[in-house]
Ligand binder design. Structure first.
Ligand code: TMO
Length: 315
């Protein structure tokens, strides 16, 4: 009798030491969060890490390519992605879900767009440049030594998965897509053109910090439908597939390894609850892109400023 009471008391003491007690029964293996190479993702992945660490989990970060990451999640090498963008990742995302290893962990409130974009002053020289046909009619004003007489489209890093050369060809545009190596080069090109009010068309997206710093508009392309990619007769070019743009109102999703629910049940509940709006995502990007903070520092600030939404994730 005495002995069993003693054992019981020891058990209680041990449980109290394992804080927080709520996850004492869960795996202590690290939850590996995917990181990509643009600012909102870097900040928000750190936010998720802070929230999970606060719950008592071990967290690690792993950099990954925005296309190959989904296969890594499906195979359990990485466990959670906070930002999967429809415009550039839909195909790879859906393939990994179809393979069973990766789970669609839900959709954010944010409505996104990834598309060609021009500063507003370009419309003074080329009033219809907010449509692909109007832009194409002025292609020459976007020419550089490298692309003349065709215009230059400043494209994203190749690992963001979109091959704009294919779209240019399908729409028979007088442009050459020149990919940058990293996001910072996109903004350096924009800043340098902006300062001189020179025409530029580049890849951009929303939510992003760019909209708070530069005035501009996306270029409208034909809204994509499945037929754009498998029926040549669809779209402006009756002889080509791929003659369309990215969706103008696209989803932003989360992705998780299928084993997360069993391995870290309480973390899985939080991952499913996580939802970020356009404003909160843009605010995360702005701390790095405009205020010059590190993603880690910005995450600490974001957590402090968004306690209300974080509380709702933990319910
Ligand atoms: C994936 N991204 C938001 C950079 O287009």
């Amino acid at each position: 009798m005495t002995r069993s009471i003693h054992k019981f008391a020891l058990g209680v003491a041990a449980a109290a030491l394992m804080a927080p007690a709520a996850i004492a029964q869960e795996s202590s293996d690290p939850i590996i969060l995917v990181q990509n190479n643009w600012t909102s993702q870097l900040v928000l992945s750190n936010v998720v890490g802070l929230v999970l660490e606060d719950m008592g989990y071990n967290v690690e970060y792993a950099p990954s390519d925005s296309q190959l990451q989904f296969a890594a999640i499906a195979s359990g090498d990485m466990h959670f992605q906070i930002e999967a963008w429809e415009g550039s990742m839909k195909t790879a995302f859906e393939a990994a879900v179809a393979d069973d290893g990766m789970i669609d962990a839900g959709t954010h409130d944010a409505v996104t767009r990834e598309e060609w974009w021009i500063p507003s002053y370009v419309l003074e020289k080329c009033p219809a440049a907010n449509t692909w046909e109007g832009l194409n009619a002025c292609a020459e004003i976007f020419a550089t030594a490298e692309t003349a007489p065709k215009g230059r489209f400043v494209g994203p890093p190749a690992d963001w998965g979109k091959n704009y050369a294919d779209r240019v060809k399908a729409l028979e545009m007088d442009f050459v897509a020149i990919n940058v190596g990293q996001a910072a080069t996109l903004w350096a090109e924009l800043q340098s053109s902006y300062d001189r009010k020179e025409p530029i068309v580049l890849f951009n997206w929303t939510p992003n910090f760019i909209e708070s710093k530069f005035e501009g508009v996306f270029v409208d392309f034909p809204e994509p439908e499945a037929a754009c990619f498998d029926d040549a007769s669809w779209g402006p070019n009756p002889n080509a597939t791929g003659d369309c743009g990215a969706p103008s109102a696209a989803w932003l999703k989360k992705a998780a390894w299928s084993g997360v629910a069993e391995t870290w049940p309480k973390a899985w509940a939080v991952m499913q609850n996580i939802k970020v709006s356009n404003a909160r995502s843009a605010a995360a990007a702005l701390m790095v892109g405009v205020e010059g903070m590190t993603p880690e520092g910005a995450a600490v600030k974001w957590v402090a400023e968004n306690q209300d939404i974080i509380a709702s994730w933990k319910q």
